[in-house]
Design a protein around this ligand. Structure first.
Ligand SMILES: [Zn+2]
Length: 405
């Protein structure tokens, strides 16, 4: 058995001070106050002065440490290998709008990483596609030449072979790639106000995907219609959508007011002001909000570093990542720092911040046995110092990152 002793253990509703987590194999056997004696065969880690939390789960991350999900076949596994240093134990590799061949490559990499996970890595979850079906006016850093309209209802899912070329692709080719990789596609972000978007929402939700509303100027009414059609997720709430107005609530207002929808929030202290993070959490409760990084290849890199986002060059600045034309292109943040922002700047309790960073994303994605510290759950854990620096990360009871020595 593996015994993590003496740490303050962050549970969903309280912190157990100087407690013990007992791990057997891949799962947690017991969580208790005080110490356990154990036997000579047990491995014991003294964590006095540290916090133990459920491992962070990032449902929206494009890359880290110089790697972008769309860079090539090795990118997803490279990202999975880097993320434990930031306390991440599971993540959704996230793509920007791209051509079908590139999407196929990325989804094949996601499948390979899921079928044969590499030791020492974060778990690779089904991908999050910031899809081709977003509003060009709210595309942000997504390449406009890759955006498409949803298909006419009744259009065949697979196009005739003659229609397939890398330049002349349409909605059907994109949907064919999604269909080809169905189990490896989790979240699909789209703009519900586009023509024929509602049947697409119904189709994707019916196929088991998690439809997310984002990069969109949907009205309040259009948003409610999309929710009625099966959308259950809002992509980086407040970013790349019209600002909220008390007479014109729009997409953001509808998401804040709708219990059916869980919302992502970029918790880097820059994309969303900490006070608006607080407002959103107060409106929806910590169990309906997911902290995300929207991290890029620039995350974990010093200011001035270069990287790419879906093949477009980006530059790391102190605040975020930017395209060469100055467009904001995602964050340079990591989940350990998101947790610190939630506690230090937003003012959440340690358990509530852990709900946003782990428990809520796990439950929303249906990840049974993840996102919680409890007997029987997977031993996916992050150990933080009292200044929220990552000391250790465990995935399924395996120590995958160790800065403690
Ligand atoms: Zn985005």
């Amino acid at each position: 058995m593996l015994i993590l002793a003496g740490a303050d253990i962050v549970l969903a509703d309280r912190v157990v001070t100087r407690g013990t987590v007992v791990i057997e194999g891949r799962r947690i056997l017991e969580v208790r106050p005080g110490d356990v004696s154990g036997s000579a065969a047990d491995v014991r880690v003294d964590l006095a002065g540290y916090y133990v939390l459920p491992g962070f789960i990032d449902v929206h991350v494009h890359g880290v440490a110089g790697h972008d999900v769309l860079d090539g076949p090795a990118a997803v596994s490279s990202i999975a290998a880097k993320l434990p240093r930031y306390g991440v134990t599971a993540f959704c590799p996230t793509t920007v709008a791209c051509m079908p061949e590139r999407l196929r490559m990325a989804l094949a990499a996601v499948q390979a990483a899921r079928v044969s996970p590499k030791p020492g890595s974060a778990r690779v979850l089904p991908a999050h596609l910031e899809s081709n079906f977003i509003n060009p006016e709210y595309r942000g850093a997504q390449p406009v030449e890759c955006l498409r309209r949803p298909p006419h209802p009744g259009e065949p899912e697979r196009p005739p072979p003659a229609a397939q070329s890398s330049q002349g692709y349409g909605a059907a080719e994109i949907l064919a790639e999604i269909a080809r990789a169905r189990p490896d596609v989790g979240i699909v972000t789209l703009a519900p106000e586009l023509e024929h978007a509602m049947p697409l929402v119904q189709h994707l939700a019916g196929q088991g995907h998690r439809v997310a509303l984002g990069h969109s100027a949907a009205t309040y009414e259009q948003t409610l219609a999309a929710i009625a059609s099966g959308a259950r997720h809002a992509t980086h709430l407040f970013n790349r959508m019209p600002p909220i107005n008390h007479r014109v609530p729009g997409l953001a207002g509808a998401v804040l007011a709708s219990d059916e929808v869980a919302a992502e929030l970029i918790c880097d202290g820059y994309h969303v002001h900490p006070s608006m993070v607080r407002v959103a959490i107060a409106a929806k409760s910590p169990s309906r909000v997911m902290a995300i990084t929207d991290g890029t290849a620039g995350s974990g890199m010093p200011a001035g570093s270069r990287g790419s986002l879906g093949g477009q060059p980006i530059t790391v600045k102190d605040s975020a990542a930017f395209l060469d034309d100055g467009t904001l292109a995602g964050s340079v943040w990591t989940m350990d720092r998101a947790y610190a922002v939630l506690v230090s700047q937003v003012g959440l309790s340690l358990p509530d911040a852990a709900l946003l960073c782990s428990t809520t994303p796990a439950r929303e994605l249906g990840l049974t046995g993840m996102g919680t510290i409890a007997a029987g759950a997977f031993a996916d854990l992050v150990v933080l110092s009292n200044r929220f620096a990552v000391a250790q990360t465990y995935v399924g009871g395996e120590l995958v990152y160790d800065a403690k020595g």
